[in-house]
Design a protein. Structure first.
Length: 264
């Protein structure tokens, strides 16, 4: 009886894992894969063999298959990857020419860093946007990706709240959106909730930073050798800039909600 309960639970988990395959692949093979998994679990249970190790091995093998299949799908079906790479290269030509002819001082490591970030942002947009068939969904993905990119850019270039480690909290903001999107499996309704949660996290960052400042933990806000005061250039501008990001995330959430409503 315990084996039946365990097998049913493992099968539910396996069914959820199969959802990470692309829809065409899932519609073609998922049912058979799930039935095979269930049959193999039953055979091992009847033979008295342990299930946990087998299930972990099956999950690992299936996860590797998901990565391979999605990677193949990206290369074979998403021809825009070449376009993303070309656009990334063209954008990076701007600071390169600035270094060569205008006296800019971009360090060498900045080019691969920003190149990877630009390419990753464009690729993220392509992979997620194609999951929704409406203009509202694609616009929502575009706003979310662009806002995340600008958030990282400003923090890496100058820091929104001084120049101390407190700015690392903004990585937590992006993590909220990323994890929320995975939980929602990129469905419009769940994505709306994920972006609302991201907006709330964005709003909390300056509040937490202000509490840190008032508590006297200056080293978390600014580098000890920095000439800038905490909350440079001021409390109001910092909260104002964060409010802009909040509105952008909320705007993305509202577009996801509209995309969800259009599907009903």
């Amino acid at each position: 009886m315990a084996d039946e309960h365990d097998i049913a639970r493992y099968r539910r988990w396996y069914r959820k894992l199969l959802r990470f395959y692309s829809r065409p692949y899932r519609e073609r093979f998922a049912e058979g894969m799930e039935q095979t998994f269930n049959d193999l679990c039953r055979e091992r249970a009847e033979a008295g063999d342990g299930l946990v190790g087998f299930v972990l091995w099956m999950f690992a093998e299936t996860s590797a298959g998901i990565i391979r299949e999605n990677g193949r799908s990206i290369v074979m079906q998403n021809k825009s990857i070449t376009h993303i790479a070309l656009v990334t290269g063209l954008i990076l030509l701007i600071p390169l020419f600035g270094n060569l002819f205008m006296g800019w001082n971009w360090p060498a490591f900045a080019f691969p860093f920003w190149g990877a970030l630009l390419f990753g942002t464009g690729l993220t947009y392509e992979l997620i946007a194609r999951k929704g068939g409406t203009i509202a969904y694609r616009a929502a993905v575009g706003i979310a990706c662009a806002t995340g990119f600008v958030l990282v850019f400003i923090n890496a270039a100058a820091g929104i709240i001084g120049d101390g480690p407190v700015n690392l909290m903004y990585l937590g903001v992006l993590a909220v959106g990323f994890v929320g999107a995975l939980i929602a499996r990129f469905e419009a309704r769940g994505m709306a909730l994920a972006l609302f949660a991201t907006a709330v996290a964005q709003m909390l960052v300056p509040v937490i930073a202000l509490v840190i400042w008032k508590a006297g933990w200056q080293d978390l806000l600014i580098d000890p050798n920095s000439p800038h005061p905490p909350f440079d250039p001021g409390i109001a501008p910092v909260f104002g800039l964060n409010a802009v990001f909040v509105m952008l995330f909320v705007g993305s959430a509202l577009l996801f909600r509209r995309a969800s409503a259009n599907r009903l």
